[in-house]
Design a protein around this ligand. Structure first.
Ligand SMILES: Cc1cc2nc3c(=O)[nH]c(=O)nc-3n(C[C@H](O)[C@H](O)[C@H](O)COP(=O)(O)OP(=O)(O)OC[C@H]3O[C@@H](n4cnc5c(N)ncnc54)[C@H](O)[C@@H]3O)c2cc1C
Length: 686
């Protein structure tokens, strides 16, 4: 066994786990020029399709890191969500919007996602064996003397062969049973498991009604059957997911609850009691009304329509009071907590289950690649950082796969943390501790929101009894056809609402803007909110830029093209029609002068408005080192909330979230200098 010594080299980061999140994070480290090692205890990459929906905000992150190409080449865009019940269409919800350059989910097996990320890492590092497989993280501890983490690794095939690694930081991308999280003090993983497992199968589906450009969900009182198409050559290959029992939480396992969870559990049970008491009252009232009606009309309605009455009563009584469904299926040991081991599910059993739930439609199922069952866990770590250790992806949170968010959240975590660790390691920020702490502060609330959305979504679609009868028939078609509802669902699902308004990195918004924002949130339902300058914490929108001199074959350029692969912050100066050169526009001179003091951490981009800029301006601008563009119409100005005749400065972080925004007057009064001085290290001083 090797012992640490003072001569053991110190690397910047030890990445534990080479699932999609670890691989993405390692790509980040490579891009920023950090020294790192990435280990995984498995000898081969995962062979299961698991996460198949990649959402817009994740696609934006992949594009930002220049990794998107193969995802488009191989993935399948989902255009709709098709809701059906008992052979009839209920609603067709478009899943393609306009809010992003990638306003849709891409469906692709996780096997490909991991493959593309590992290929990119091999290519950029020039090392074919960069992922060290069969290597297990055994333990780690912080060494305050040397300011490092000392980790002990062991070969899986020979546990006595150990190695000691010293790293500035350790990043746990090691899944739900994370050794990094378990090795940290007071690090909990609170939440719950659902009591019934769900069946999952990747197979060929033949049917006249199931199209492969959409996600189809067929509602049934026993639980929905959901089909996700994904590209596998010319096959009509789909992922089928369906619950194998009623919705509810497993409270028998060794789940540890904190005070907050205990309180919410108590509240939930209390509300549930109130709910069922009310339902009982309504049932009683209904029964009395029927008896009254019988007496008045001298007929016996219960005799006339016993089936209808029974249906209504059964729909009101919750499913746990009727006989439970048989639960076949195996558990995927890599994805379960607290689960018992039901018997294996065969293709025949699956066919029988699906036939019953989709009738009168008929799905012909064949060629299964993977039949399994999984138990849904919803858990969240109490913070993502302990000193020099971080958790990312499933190690930090795990979600119901029905919401399709687990891997998405993980990749976005890695995008959030990568640049922060790089800047901290390279000593380019004023307050490295605050920067690293902001990872947890920004991402934990997002995971909490996503967890609550996916829980409520899973709960609603798997609810049996009352909801299973009345909601699909009468409520869904009514609600789902409303475009506001559709865009709300899309925003939640695709990640457009993700923002960090309370990040400690944000430059405080001047009071006038804050008033506008408050008016927007409190009185938004009364007034149409005025368009305001983009605020710190919001995600950078995309838009068309025009090159100063039209290049052959490439006359337009998007803003995302300019920031693709960036390892610096981007300072956007919206010059409107005031000119884009230093001598024509004093603000350009001032802002570029300030940005010049942070050359390795800031790239300046000047965006003018072509119709009011003289041609001479372009030639001048070409000579400067900054990137200079002119819009044909001030669409991008409008998108960032810069009025036509005003100027503004916006500083965007490498992960495309805004850190600073200010009007010309605020820049003149020194806001930009103040912000940068407290945030980044000036070039001359490091
Ligand atoms: C059936 C199913 C369907 C899903 N569908 C979706 C979906 O549609 N959309 C979505 O976004 N997500 C989905 N998910 C979730 C998604 O698969 C996970 O969120 C994703 O795999 C998490 O990636 P990760 O890299 O954080 O962890 P993992 O993929 O679990 O990778 C962790 C890695 O760490 C390694 N490791 C663990 N411990 C150690 C150690 N001590 N030393 C060294 N290495 C270690 C493991 O070998 C593993 O390779 C689904 C999951 C399942 C099970």
């Amino acid at each position: 066994m090797s012992q640490p010594s003072s001569s053991t080299p110190i690397i910047d980061v030890l990445v534990v786990g080479a699932g999609p999140v670890g691989l993405f994070f390692a790509n980040e480290m490579q891009a920023y020029g950090c020294t790192f090692r990435i280990i995984d205890r498995n000898s081969t990459p995962s062979i299961h399709s698991k996460a198949i929906a990649i959402m817009s905000r994740t696609l934006e992150a992949l594009d930002n890191r220049n990794l998107i190409e193969p995802f488009f080449a191989q993935g399948r865009i989902s255009n709709y969500m098709d809701l059906r019940t008992r052979g009839k269409p209920l609603a067709l919800i478009p899943t393609v919007g306009t809010e992003s350059p990638f306003p849709y989910p891409i469906l692709l097996s996780q096997v490909h996602t991991e493959g593309f990320l590992e290929d990119a890492l091999r290519k950029s590092s020039g090392n074919d064996t960069i992922v060290e497989r069969d290597v297990n993280l055994v333990s780690y501890q912080e060494d305050d003397g040397e300011d490092v983490v000392v980790a002990t690794l062991a070969r899986v095939d020979d546990p006595d062969r150990t190695e000691v690694v010293k790293a500035r930081y350790i990043v746990g991308c090691d899944g739900v049973h994370s050794a990094v999280r378990k090795g940290g003090r007071d690090w909990t993983f609170e939440g719950h498991s659902y009591k019934s497992p769900w069946a999952l199968a990747d197979l060929i589906v033949e049917s006249d009604h199931i199209k492969n450009d959409r996600i189809t969900m067929m509602l049934h009182p026993e639980g929905p059957v959901t089909l996700f198409p994904f590209e596998e050559g010319l096959d009509r290959r789909f992922r089928i997911v369906t619950p194998l029992g009623d919705f509810g939480y497993d409270e028998s396992g060794e789940v540890t609850h904190g005070t907050f969870t205990c309180f919410t559990l108590f509240l939930r049970r209390f509300l549930s009691c109130v709910k069922w008491t009310l339902r009982g009252c309504i049932l009683n009232l209904g029964w009395n009304l029927i008896r009254k009606f019988n007496r008045l009309s001298n007929t016996n309605m219960t005799h006339r329509s016993p089936k209808l009455i029974c249906k209504i009563i059964c729909s009101i009584i919750p499913h746990h009071y009727s006989s439970p469904l048989p639960i076949p299926g195996i558990q995927d040991a890599r994805h379960q907590h607290n689960a018992t081991q039901p018997k294996e599910m065969t293709l025949e059993e699956l066919r029988e289950l699906i036939d019953r739930r989709v009738a009168p439609e008929k799905l012909v199922l064949s060629n299964p690649k993977w039949i399994s069952s999984f138990r849904i866990n919803e858990r969240l770590a109490n913070g993502y950082r302990r000193g020099r250790a971080f958790v990312v992806g499933d190690a930090a949170h795990c979600h119901s796969p029905m919401g399709g968010q687990g891997m998405n959240m993980g990749l976005q975590d890695a995008h959030n943390l990568g640049w922060k660790i790089a800047l901290a390691v390279q000593g380019k920020v004023k307050d490295a501790d605050l920067l690293l702490e902001s990872y947890s502060i920004e991402r934990v609330p997002i995971a909490r929101k996503v967890l609550s959305f996916t829980t409520s979504f899973t709960k609603r679609i798997s609810k049996q009894g009352f909801f299973a009868y009345l909601v699909p028939r009468y409520i869904i078609p009514l609600v789902v056809s409303r475009s506001r509802f559709q865009s709300e669902i899309r925003s939640n699902m695709l990640g457009f609402k993700i923002a960090y308004p309370s990040s400690p990195l944000n430059h405080p918004t001047p009071s006038i803007l804050r008033q506008v924002r408050q008016r927007k949130s409190w009185l938004g339902f009364l007034f149409r909110s005025p368009k305001h300058l983009i605020e710190p914490g919001e995600h950078m929108p995309d838009g068309i830029l025009k090159l100063p001199r039209i290049q052959p074959g490439r006359d337009t350029l998007m803003l995302y093209d300019v920031v693709r692969g960036t390892t610096t912050h981007t300072l956007l100066l919206f010059a409107s029609g005031h000119g884009i050169t230093r001598d024509k526009n004093p603000l350009v001179g001032k802002v570029l002068g300030i940005a010049g003091r942070y050359k390795s951490t800031i790239t300046a981009v000047v965006i003018g408005f072509k119709n009011v800029i003289e041609y001479q301006d372009f030639n001048d601008a070409q000579g400067s080192v900054e990137k200079t563009f002119a819009e044909q119409v001030p669409a991008l100005h409008a998108c960032f909330g810069v009025p036509k005749n005003s100027q503004a400065v916006v500083v965007v972080r490498p992960d495309l979230y805004v850190a600073f925004s200010a009007t010309e007057e605020e820049v003149e009064s020194g806001e930009l200098e103040k912000f940068l001085a407290g945030y980044l290290v000036e070039e001359s001083s490091h």
